[in-house]
Design a protein around this ligand. Structure first.
Ligand code: ADP
Ligand code: MG
Length: 829
């Protein structure tokens, strides 16, 4: 047992195990009552003793046992926010950081001045803050500025089981910071909290913690959950199977909420819609007949928005068309979101009822891109006399606990993004989830009473095909941003870093290569120190890299920001980078339509969006900036209109994403002003569209950032071409892949097909598609992407000559680009 004790605990520390003060808290009675029900509350004394006696403590317990909301309160009451710093709590998800800080403030009866949050671009931290919730990325940035984290007395790393990359790195860093702080006598406690999933990565890894940290297990009152496996595993239609299962539960089983796990937003919507059609929850909606009549009429009107490109202002569109746009957008964003009106009493539409159900089904979607307000609906009790059914993605697995779930329907599937380590091509694959997460999902049914979990797969599949645990994120994604951040902290030998799960060498090498080519790292250099002479050469951060590391965006985009200073382009580059860094700014319609009417809606929606995009793309250099010009104009016009919900819905923009873009723009503007001398840009809500010449310069900056993402169109195959050549019709060759790649049909340059382009990323669906396309000129390659060009020997014709005006010898050289050795125009150097 003594091995578990704090190794360096001096006598003094042993004496002051308990912080001197006990901070009084006046909780509201109803809050006190609800927290008393949480399993962790009976463990308070043991939890606090363990924390007091150890440098590092691991707390693990079922989701919903009260870790996130209660442990910060225990520490607060024990005086940890009043001695040598404040309490930090990190969350991998932004939603969690915000909602948990609100919740804890409420429970402690304190204001948000004292229990605050900080996420990538917003926060409410004040000098009075005592408990600070933040995303793991935010704390990582703070480590770069103040390695010893002197502001804090405790750091809680929450949701460690999610194994997000930043959480992993933070744990690695903190394993070194904690002993350093203790040596200084200014102790720092580290608490790692996790659901009951694989803690061995933290406890048994001796490179990480020299002494095995104690694990406090919170026994929660988990009620028994009966697991029902399917006899056979449905091969494809797991969504249909899930639908049938929910219907059966609802029609035949006693009351109790249903939670269904599917893989993505689209599936959530499809299933919600089907369920709502089957068990209509009639709210204050127009009678069906009237609504469909109106719709028919609207379908006939032409819906061309009129956008004045000089100042982005939108001229009023005719009323009918406007309503159409609103309607159809509503369908994509909300897909029949109902039950918004609290004063409506739900009625049962009897004609659609077939079974013995006596109560309506109150269906709610839940996924991470859903707005905060809609997400929080799942915490409220369903309307009187209704059964709750939440159709959710993985978010409901551990980070949010939905009350009163009795039945879980588990498709067993999960959608994960995979990257090819070498090429960076990303694919979303739907795979079996892991045993650990299957059990976690089942556990959701036993929070308030005995429950049932219906697994839509057989026990044989579970036993044979499910991995034990899900993979840590770090081995599934490129690590270029991470390597840059670590080099910035002078952690030069990445392989020696105590990662809980180390990324593989190939990944690190690819990242370093990219960073060298972007100019953020030097070429590998040999150390001159005697003791290091035998070690492999290392790359070091360059001055450009240091600037790039200050921006909280991918290194490719950071390079654009670092270059955007020239020619007053920074405001545009900031806007574009903000747009590129936020997920899914445009509403993307992929829904496979089932009925004729839906197909019509679907088509008119696509047409409408492509008209809007075309208008935004404009002509000349503006048009050649392609999808990035569309993005810039979308952001510019939305800002011009005050970024309203109406505007976003009408123009196919995701409202939540646009609000994020706005915040990120503000943050990047601040950072740019801080790190680039004389940048002096302001956040202009009325950013004028760039001129033609500016658009051209922006294209060059985009190329400098995306230099490794250049693609060139294959020549059109001749009529008698063989199969391989025929496949190259309209295809492109990019520098890293052998297979042909294509411009995504939603790109504004889809028809144009310029010879040379840069792309934001490649996604593999039915083909390899490039997204986020801008056209470039081949003669720019040697200038803006020099590290990818190979220059010839100086040419004899014309011979090198002395250029008096520049006082240097100039010569003419030819160059080739990239692995494919494309010949690009010659340059004078
Ligand atoms: P854990 O971190 O162990 O998963 P939490 O501390 O997040 O547990 O949750 C404890 C309880 O608090 C849960 O039952 C959850 O439903 C409830 N809870 C959390 N946030 C809210 C909220 N915003 N409103 C109401 N209840 C909440
Ligand atoms: Mg939690």
């Amino acid at each position: 047992k003594s091995a578990l004790k704090d190794e360096s605990a001096s006598n003094k520390e042993k004496m002051d195990k308990k912080p001197a003060v006990n901070i009084p808290v006046q909780r509201l009675p109803e809050m006190q009552e609800s927290r008393l029900k949480l399993p962790i509350l009976s463990e308070e004394q043991f939890v606090m003793e363990t924390i007091n006696e150890n440098m590092v403590t691991i707390i693990c317990g079922e989701t919903g046992s009260g870790k996130t909301t209660q442990v910060p309160q225990f520490l607060y009451e024990a005086g940890y926010a009043h001695t040598n710093g404040i309490i930090a709590v990190t969350e991998p998800r932004r939603v969690a950081a915000i909602s948990m800080s609100n919740r804890v403030a409420k429970e402690l009866n304190l204001s948000e001045r004292e229990v605050s949050y900080q996420i990538r671009y917003e926060g409410n931290v004040t000098p009075d803050t005592k408990i600070k919730f933040m995303t793991d990325g935010v704390l990582l940035k703070e480590v770069q500025k103040d390695f010893l984290l002197t502001k804090y007395s405790v750091v809680i790393i929450d949701e460690a089981h999610e194994r997000s990359v930043y959480t992993d790195i933070l744990i690695g860093l903190l394993s070194r910071i904690v002993p350093l702080r203790n040596k200084q006598g200014n102790r720092l406690k580290l608490i790692i909290m996790s659901a009951t999933l694989r803690v061995e990565d933290f406890t048994e890894n001796r490179r990480l913690f020299k002494i095995e940290p104690p694990v406090v297990k919170v026994e929660s009152r988990q009620f028994p959950v009966t697991i029902h496996f399917n006899k056979r595993t449905p091969l494809e239609d797991y969504l249909g199977e899930a639908f049938k299962k929910v219907c059966k539960i609802h029609r035949t089983l006693p009351e109790g909420g249903i939670l269904v796990f599917v893989t993505g937003q689209q599936e959530v919507h499809t299933l919600c819609k089907k369920l709502r059609q089957t068990f209509p929850f009639e709210g204050k909606v127009e009678p069906k007949s009237k609504k469909s009549r109106r719709k028919k009429k609207e379908n006939k009107t032409e819906i061309l928005p009129k956008i004045n490109l000089d100042n982005y202002s939108i001229e009023p569109v005719d009323e009918e068309a406007e309503r159409e746009a609103d309607d159809s957008d509503q369908e994509i964003e909300d897909n029949f979101m109902e039950g918004d009106d609290e004063d409506v009493h739900p009625q049962l539409s009897e004609d659609l009822q077939t079974g013995g159900t006596t109560e309506p089904l109150y269906v709610l979607p839940l996924y991470s891109l859903l707005s905060k307000e809609k997400q929080s609906k799942v915490f409220d009790p369903p309307p009187e006399g209704c059964r709750l059914c939440v159709v959710a993605t993985n978010v409901a697995e551990t980070s949010l606990t939905i009350p009163d779930i009795k039945y879980v329907v588990d498709t067993g599937k999960v959608k994960t993004k995979f990257y090819d380590k070498v090429t960076g091509v990303s694919t979303f694959k739907i795979t079996w989830t892991s045993k650990a997460s299957g059990n976690q999902r089942a556990g959701r049914a036993g929070r308030t009473g005995p429950g049932h979990c219906y697994r839509l797969y057989s026990s044989a599949v579970y036993n044979d095909d499910f991995e034990k645990f899900s993979l840590a994120e770090i081995i599934r994604r490129p690590v270029d941003d991470l390597v840059l951040q670590m080099k910035y902290m002078n952690i030069d030998r990445i392989v020696n870093f105590p990662f809980p799960t180390p990324p593989d060498d190939e990944q690190v090498k690819t990242a370093e290569k990219l960073l060298v080519s972007l100019g953020a790292l030097t070429e590998p250099i040999k150390s001159v120190r005697m003791k290091d002479l035998k070690k492999t050469p290392i790359t070091k951060i360059t001055p450009l890299g240091k600037v790039m590391a200050c921006f909280p965006v991918s290194p490719r985009y950071a390079k654009m920001l670092a270059l955007g200073h020239q020619h007053d382009l920074l405001s545009y580059v900031v806007a574009i980078v903000a747009g590129l860094s936020v997920q899914e700014v445009f509403v993307e319609i992929q829904k496979p339509p089932d009925t004729d009417k839906e197909q019509d809606d679907f088509r008119s929606q696509i047409q409408y969006m492509s008209q809007v995009k075309k208008l935004w793309a404009g002509t000349g250099h503006s048009m050649l900036l392609g999808d990035l010009m569309v993005l810039l104009k979308a952001i510019g016009s939305a800002e011009y209109q005050g970024c309203t919900l109406e505007f976003c819905q009408k123009h196919g923009l995701r409202y939540k994403a646009m609000k994020e873009v706005r915040k990120l723009r503000a943050q990047l503007t601040n950072t740019v002003n801080m790190v680039i001398p004389d940048a002096n840009i302001c956040l202009d809500p009325k950013l004028k569209p760039p001129s033609d010449i500016q658009a051209k310069l922006i294209r060059q900056i985009i190329l400098a950032g995306l230099a490794d993402h250049v693609a060139r169109r294959f020549p059109d195959p001749p009529p008698d071409a063989d199969e391989t050549l025929k496949k190259r019709k309209h295809a492109y060759q990019c520098t890293e892949l052998d297979e042909p790649v294509f411009i995504h049909p939603y790109s504004v340059l889809y028809k144009q097909k310029p010879e040379f382009i840069v792309y934001q990323h490649i996604e593999e669906t039915s083909k390899l598609y490039m997204k986020g396309i801008s056209a470039i000129e081949s003669e720019w390659l040697p200038v803006y992407a020099p590290s990818f060009c190979t220059l010839s020997k100086p040419q004899e014709d014309p011979p090198p000559f002395y250029d008096k005006s520049k006082d240097q010898i100039r010569c003419h050289m030819t160059s080739t680009f990239g692995r494919c050795c494309w010949e690009v125009p010659s340059v004078d150097l």
